[in-house]
Ligand binder design. Structure first.
Ligand code: ITT
Length: 206
């Protein structure tokens, strides 16, 4: 059995390999599996969108090679940042916020500006990650995880990706871009959702 991860985001893929590395299964990105295609994320929740991506990529694999599909589990991640003061924006639109091609320096500075003068107790935010799986027999599984923090007052750190440089973790006194990859995986939305998914998959494959 091989796992194909339905993402084109290299930052996610790095974390996914770190977290699922111990599973003993071969983990391939879409690119490595030779799967090409854009799936429209038209759901209204993280869970819906992750399932849309997983089903879409499973279909692409099945249409290209029905035999390979019998030996493939497709996993997909849909994730994002919810800022309470901004009515949970950017939420499911996190990657599309201010346009997909806008740099994260601009996106992050824009969020800091929108929170200008807002005190720390009102800067609460969370990362959310939904993971969905489609198995060869047609069975589907979903998990969800989150990580709470506050929006910082300036960009800090070069680790992680996306909004990590403005996501301040009070318990560390640092942003999630300033802690190590292992530290982030241990507490992150993606780490929690993926470890729970790994348990469900182990039970399915036992
Ligand atoms: P795929 O759909 O190909 O997986 P994507 O980047 O479009 O890639 P999403 O629609 O799930 O993925 O958007 C997730 C966005 O949320 C991501 O691009 C970041 O902006 C943000 N995000 C999610 N998890 C994050 C994390 O751990 N650290 C920082 N930003 C994160």
């Amino acid at each position: 059995m091989r796992i194909v991860f339905a993402t084109g985001n290299e930052g996610k893929m790095r974390e996914i390999r770190g977290i699922l590395g111990g599973l003993g299964a071969e983990i391939l990105s879409m690119k490595e599996a030779g799967v090409d295609g854009d799936i429209e994320e038209n759901g209204t929740t993280f869970s819906e969108n992750s399932m849309i991506k997983a089903r879409g990529v499973y279909e692409l694999i099945k249409n290209a090679d029905a035999k390979a599909a019998q030996e493939t589990i497709v996993l997909a991640d849909d994730s994002g940042l919810e800022v309470d003061y901004l009515n949970k924006e950017p939420g499911i639109y996190s990657a599309r916020y201010m346009g997909r091609d806008t740099s994260y320096t601009e996106k992050n500075n824009n969020i800091i500006e929108r929170l200008n003068g807002v005190p720390d107790e009102k800067r609460t935010a969370r990362f959310v990650c939904a993971i969905s799986a489609v198995l060869p027999g047609g069975k589907e599984l979903s998990t969800i995880g989150n990580m709470e923090g506050i929006i910082g007052h300036k960009i800090a750190g070069t680790g992680g990706f996306g909004y990590d440089p403005i996501f301040f973790l009070p318990q560390y006194g640092k942003t999630s871009a300033e802690i190590s990859a292992d530290e982030k995986n241990a507490i992150s939305h993606r780490g929690k959702a993926l470890r729970e998914m790994a348990e469900l998959l182990k039970a399915e494959l036992a």
